[in-house]
Ligand binder design. Sequence first.
Ligand code: UT7
Length: 334
Amino acid sequence: MSQLTPSILSVCIAGTGSYVPERILTNAELAQRVDTSEEWILSRTGIRERRIAAAEETTSQMGTHAARRALDNAGLSADELELIIVATITPDTPTPATACYIQHNLGASRAVAFDISAACSGFLYAMKLAKRLIASGAFKNAIIIGAEKLSAVTNWEDRSTCVLFGDGAGAAVLRLAAPGEGSILATEMGTDGNLTHLLKIPGGGTACPITAANVNDQLFTLNMLGKEVFKHAVNRMKEAAEKVIERAGLTAESIACVIPHQANLRIIDAIADRLAVPNERVFVNLDKYGNTSAAAIAIALDEANRSGAFKRGDNIVLVVFGAGLTWAAAAIRW
Ligand code: UT7
């Protein structure tokens, strides 16, 4: 009996989906708005352009598009869906949760829906949570969604941050794996609350409520000490990836694709180097979308999946890092 238990409790990713807004904002356009250059942005970050949502387009609308595509890809109907977890730092409203709007949009009336806030790490936090909830028998399936409208919380006069971020959404459907199917092999999460000051939106919560006096002070936009964050990002993502690789019994050679958080190409290269995974097996799309926080790894997973960067039976590793500080990784047999 005990030999059967692991496969019975295995949870797989049955489908992925993503959505990005139509509007492309190029480095050249940004260079006309703030004191920067196309060359600086590309050489320091690897970003060429990013997508910007329309003024009236919400996080839940983007998340809904991505979710529909993931459900299609998984062959699951919205009314079969039991759990919706949305990772976002840019919810439609402080309450109710963005997941509730998405549940309504999908018509997934049986699903329990809630948000989690773990910044860029949110999608993999949601993956671990959903995996455990499905493996425990509490739910048969789940959709996890990373969705962000970072353009709404960007200080468009701050050249050190406005060149980095973009909007979009990605989603994955999880369910119990049938015998012989792939599964999520290992997950890792971490948090260091001593370093909250490195990356934050200072205003809008109870620490600094919105008032008429402070509304114009850019307290409601993303602030980052980039150099410090960079250092922690490389170390934490390397450690988290190594842990899941070891726990899953993998080696660098047996990994078909590493999908890292899409924040900076120099960070991605440093991690690939430290993990001894060749660059051609590391998925990168931040040149097209910039850093979309919780959506970044979700969009990358969907694009990698649909572009054939890996196939059924391959091992892949996902690794993320963000405000909190938070980090997470997952090793998956596809
Ligand atoms: O998603 C969550 C995780 N986020 C991250 O992992 C982001 C981590 N950090 C980074 O990716 C990088 O630190 C940045 C891309 C944000 C910045 O790159 P950097 O190489 O660390 O640059 P820096 O902040 O040290 O700035 C170097 C110089 C400074 O000028 P001085 O002091 O050397 O004269 C900045 O003022 O570059 C200047 N600078 C710019 N110049 C042109 C900063 N932003 C810009 C800009 N255009 N947009």
